[in-house]
Design a protein around this ligand. Sequence first.
Ligand SMILES: O=P(O)(O)OC[C@H]1O[C@H](O)[C@H](O)[C@@H](O)[C@@H]1O
Ligand SMILES: [Fe+2]
Length: 189
Amino acid sequence: MEYKNPLGVDIDLETGVIPGAKKLVRRLSDLKGYFADEKAYEELLKENPVVYEVYAVEQEEKDGDLNFATTVLYPGKVGREFFFTKGHYHSKADRAEIYYGIKGKGGMLLQTPEGRAEWIEMGPGTVVYVPPYWAHRTVNTGDEPFIFLAVYPADAGHDYGSIAEKGFSKLVVEEGGEVKLVDNPRWKE
Ligand SMILES: O=P(O)(O)OC[C@H]1O[C@H](O)[C@H](O)[C@@H](O)[C@@H]1O
Ligand SMILES: [Fe+2]
């Protein structure tokens, strides 16, 4: 038997950085077609801000193993819609996931393939259980970076397809200084 070595790393709780992790950067230009307000998107694209960064420690895609990653989701809006991660189902759709809030304020938008949406607010210390089959997207509703950890099966994979095409059934927007969920006009089952 070949055993893997255990690993301990310290997440920087201020910046979300995991030393030695693989870093992924997503700018606004990587989220083309994702936001409802296309005019506001084109306008902000001139600056092309970084929307989020992911620091991932990933294993081979094998049954039984675990990956973990932090995400640093920056504050901002496209029109009324708060900055978010792309969001995905798992390629192996029955794989679950755990998120843990580290810093800042936001939430998770989840939905079933039929479009039943749930919103869970997140702050430092919040644990979110993402059940099998639910798509999930995180949203920064605050004015500082929203940082969290996620732990997920190494063979879960990311299925971006349907979310990239039509989004979630709900949009998370600011209305009169409040966070509101409204119907996504582009959503169809
Ligand atoms: O992949 P996205 O939907 O853009 O979300 C960004 C990332 O968020 C978390 O860190 C998850 O653990 C990652 O698996 C995911 O890649
Ligand atoms: Fe996931």
